[in-house]
Design a protein around this ligand. Structure first.
Ligand SMILES: Cc1cc2nc3c(=O)[nH]c(=O)nc-3n(C[C@H](O)[C@H](O)[C@H](O)COP(=O)(O)O)c2cc1C
Length: 333
């Protein structure tokens, strides 16, 4: 069973030179994993990237507005585009729309707990309507064919009394998904409490397709532990990479050599400046300065005088002033 999983995952990697046994995925994070952050994470060792979630309705009705979310550069490969929606026909149409962009896989969001999404019966609401979730996967697979892998990302269930990840995962496999990703929290939990890695281990033992484990990998040791405890086929890192994109290379170092290099304040400054540089490729200066504020909250976490620095950054409107402030804050005396 384990071998089948590895073989199926190698379909995803077959066109690429990177073929680690346990690939490191950057999780989709709406509002954060735009092209700039994805390129940065790729430089920092992320091996598989996923777009932010994109509305299938948006793609099929008003693609001009939505298209910015699906654009990616060849250097980001292998990359998956994640879609959300609740209508099998619309979801399949959206997947078909993506085909000319040639993503390495298409992922279906069945884990988003945000009200705006579940009110429409999409995201994690689909865990309550497994027949509809099955119809979505079947219809997309029928439309995109066997050559492009289809994955499903979901949670443990709606709440502690309704944990259906095992049944749901099996249904997704039987409907044609090529691999799965489990974030083992309930929808009710949102992002609070701890993710329950036992669910990953259990699901892995009842499906034959690869399973990517996700949830609370915040340091390299967490990644090693998830791998050992769950036997999953890949690791997906989300919040742990915010303000710490080098986490990917540290994880790979730990898994390969048993130790990893620490990151210095000077490395941190270089990474932030690179992030800004990437962002300027895609957005206007004023937008970059504004959008970097939320990213800089993460980069400055734990630094001495962080609150004061953040407050200063939040009032800066010009790029040159932002760069000067960062250089001053991060350069040792
Ligand atoms: C700000 C934010 C945005 C997110 N956006 C998405 C999304 O677009 N699609 C998705 O499947 N999950 C999304 N997630 C969930 C993450 O992909 C991931 O499953 C979750 O954060 C647990 O992993 P972590 O502990 O490594 O962050 C988001 C999470 C956060 C915190």
């Amino acid at each position: 069973m384990e071998n089948e999983g590895r073989i199926a995952l190698s379909i995803l990697n077959s066109q690429f030179s990177i073929k680690p046994e346990i690939p490191l995925f950057l999780a989709p994070l709406a509002g954060y994993t735009d092209q700039a952050f994805r390129l940065l994470c790729k430089d920092c060792g992320a091996e598989v990237l996923v777009s932010e979630m994109v509305s299938a309705d948006g793609l099929t009705r008003d693609s001009a507005k939505t298209i910015k979310y699906i654009l990616f550069d060849d250097v980001e490969r292998p990359l998956g585009i994640q879609i959300f929606g609740n209508n099998p026909h619309v979801m399949a149409k959206a997947a078909e729309f993506l085909l000319p962009y040639n993503p390495d896989f298409i992922d279906v969001n069945m884990g988003c707990p945000v009200k705006k999404v579940i009110r429409r019966g999409a995201g994690s609401a689909l865990m309550q309507t497994p027949e509809l979730a099955e119809a979505i996967v079947k219809e997309i697979k029928r439309t995109i064919g066997a050559n492009i892998p289809l994955s499903v990302k979901f949670r443990s269930g709606m709440d502690a009394n309704n944990l259906n990840y095992l049944d749901f995962g099996k249904r997704m496999e039987a409907s044609g998904a090529d691999f799965l990703c489990l974030h083992p929290r309930t929808v009710k939990q949102m992002f609070s409490g701890k993710s329950n890695w036992k669910h990953i281990k259990e699901l892995k033992s009842v499906i034959s397709i690869p399973l990517i484990g996700n949830g609370d990998i915040l340091c390299p040791e967490d990644a090693q532990r998830m791998m050992q405890e769950t036997n999953c086929n890949g690791l997906m890192i989300g919040r742990g990479a915010l303000g710490k994109p080098w986490l990917f290379s540290q994880i790979r170092q730990l898994l390969t050599n048993g130790s990893y290099n620490p990151v210095t304040k000077a490395n941190l400054l270089q990474i932030i400046l690179k992030h800004i540089d990437y962002a300027l490729r895609f957005k206007r200066e004023a937008v970059v300065v504004k959008e970097m504020r939320s990213q800089l909250c993460f980069y400055t976490r734990g630094l001495l005088g962080a609150a004061e620095l953040r407050n200063k950054i939040n009032h800066i409107d010009s790029l040159s002033e932002l760069i000067t402030t960062l250089n001053t804050a991060f350069t040792p005396f």
